[in-house]
Design a binder for this molecule. Structure first.
Ligand SMILES: Nc1ncnc2c1ncn2[C@@H]1O[C@H](COP(=O)(O)OP(=O)(O)OP(=O)(O)O)[C@@H](O)[C@H]1O
Length: 303
């Protein structure tokens, strides 16, 4: 239950956080309605320091709604949302950032033609000299960005390189390193591997593990159960706005997770019908009743 295993990138994966540890972020029966559309309901979620919580779900499952609540873009309309045990209701992303919650979106807010170091400090530039002679401290910014990236294991030949010339995976990693430098305690990663090939996805997964090793709590949003299973300590699967599965690593196999994500329940119920269609191979599809992984419980995140 408390033993560690090792993930694809050699990082320690925990079965469960210590029983006395308080989650940094907690949702209790939380939900959100847009007018009369109930996008999310009854969601229990706990995010611990030094843990990767994967939130999986198909299109329209409610993943974006969930991260918008945590990152301060929307407010929940049901249940509770707590940070460090205190109920919160953010009005702006700034308020979430002030609590150490940083979000890295898939379409990164970078200026492609600007150098890497400039993007690293965008909006929070270092300056030097007394007013009115205050000016950008370019050398210090370059040096710090280089150091911080190396700290995360990212070595770039040239900090002057426009960020647009980096690969998608490298850009994600720069964004992760930036959030770590600016004091994030919780990192929300919105489908960081969705647009990437196998190798680049591996690079990003490595930095997710690096962020965890630095003690950050990570919420990793993804469609991909294989990517989730390589780094995840806990898995929450959303379906139609509700938590269909909430399980610690020790309680769910990759196969079970994949079945849940592949719409296993729907596919199993369709298996009989599909079997009648010529040219459709149903051999690998799960049977109804095969999906035995545990569903959400009140001890979510600590089971
Ligand atoms: N601003 C909005 N107004 C009304 N309905 C919305 C709004 N945002 C989302 N929804 C609805 O809420 C549900 C959940 O959407 P959400 O975007 O959170 O899902 P998702 O899991 O992020 O999907 P995807 O992977 O496609 O981005 C969907 O039915 C969607 O149509």
């Amino acid at each position: 239950m408390t033993g560690n295993t090792t993930g694809a990138h050699g990082a320690a994966l925990k079965d469960a956080p210590p029983a006395d540890e308080r989650p940094v972020i907690e949702m209790k029966a939380a939900g959100k309605s847009y007018g009369n559309i109930r996008a999310l309901h009854g969601v229990d979620l706990s995010v611990y320091a030094g843990n990767v919580t994967c939130v999986l779900g198909d299109n329209g499952a409610g993943k974006s709604t969930l991260i918008k609540i945590v990152s301060g873009l929307h407010q929940h309309t049901e249940g509770e949302f707590l940070v460090d045990g205190e109920p919160v209701r953010f009005s702006t992303p700034r308020e979430a950032l002030d609590k150490g919650i940083a979000t890295v979106y898939q379409d990164l807010a970078v200026v492609p033609l600007m150098p890497v170091w400039r993007n690293f400090f965008l909006g929070s530039e270092m300056t030097k000299g007394p007013w009115p002679l205050r000016r950008l401290d370019i050398e210090q910014m370059k040096k710090t960005a280089d150091e911080e990236l190396r700290n995360m294991g990212i070595v770039l030949d040239d900090m002057e390189q426009p960020i647009g010339t980096l690969s998608g995976g490298q850009r994600q990693c720069v964004a992760i390193a930036r959030a770590v430098y600016f004091g994030a305690r919780v990192l929300i990663l919105d489908e960081p591997t969705a647009a990437l090939g196998v190798k680049q996805s591996g690079v990003v997964l490595k930095y997710i593990a690096a962020a965890r090793e630095k003690g950050l709590g990570v919420i990793f949003i993804t469609h991909n159960p294989h990517h989730a299973y390589m780094v995840g300590d806990h898995f929450s699967v959303l379906r139609l706005g509700a938590m269909e599965l909430s399980a610690s690593r020790s309680d769910v196999s990759l196969e079970e997770l994949t079945n849940h994500m592949a719409g296993g329940t729907e596919l199993a119920s369709l298996k009989h019908e599909l079997a009648q269609v010529r040219g459709v191979d149903v051999e690998g599809l799960p049977e109804e009743g095969d999906l035995t992984a545990p569903v959400a419980t009140s001890s979510e995140g600590k089971s």
